[in-house]
Design a protein around this ligand. Structure first.
Ligand code: SF4
Ligand code: SF4
Length: 175
């Protein structure tokens, strides 16, 4: 679904190129720091910087970016960015990993794999890492820049990932 939106653009770009060009487009941005783990990514990022220019995206291209952004917003459960500012949890819960597994399962339409990943956590690590260990102390919520109601999300995420409950957007806590 997302790829079909990108495919409506006159100029074809990879998802990484879209992200970089969207940043270069903005007049308030003078440098972009992107994580790289392979030489090919370095080459691609340098190529992107070579053609960077303020205002480089057209209005139709910006509209496509907005449509993609909206689609991702609807697909994922929370706006967690895995920044881990909420860690460590005094009760051992791996908050970013819980959200990553849940969001990935929803965005890629593969909750079966997400539930397997969650079960592996239980098997490979201490059970306290699971969202079910949350004691609703809310210490983590003060640290979250996304203002996610983590204490409400953890039990709900465990029901979905650990107990097989169906995810329904209308049941979810506030983001
Ligand atoms: S609310 Fe839950 S997840 Fe957050 S710090 Fe407390 S026990 Fe950990
Ligand atoms: S602080 Fe918030 S956004 Fe960052 S990892 Fe924790 S829940 Fe996610």
């Amino acid at each position: 679904m997302i790829q079909s939106m990108w495919d409506t653009a006159e100029t074809r770009r990879s998802p990484a190129e879209w992200a970089l060009d969207w940043l270069w487009h903005k007049p308030e941005i003078s440098s972009v720091l992107s994580g790289m783990s392979a030489m090919q990514q370095m080459v691609e990022n340098l190529a992107s910087a070579e053609h960077a220019a303020v205002g480089m995206l057209t209005q139709p291209e910006l509209a496509i970016v907005e449509r993609v952004r909206g689609a991702y917003e609807n697909l994922r459960a929370t706006s967690c960015t895995s920044c881990a500012y909420c860690m460590p949890c005094p009760n051992g819960v791996d908050i970013p990993r819980t959200f990553l597994i849940l969001n990935s399962g929803l965005m890629f339409g593969n909750m079966a794999e997400a539930r397997k990943a969650y079960t592996r956590l239980m098997r490979d690590q201490s059970p306290s890492i699971l969202a079910s260990s949350c004691q609703q102390c809310r210490d983590c919520e003060e640290q979250c820049p996304q203002n996610i109601l983590i204490s409400e999300w953890m039990p709900y995420a465990h029901q979905i990932l650990g107990e097989g409950k169906e995810y329904r957007p209308e049941d979810r806590p506030e983001r």
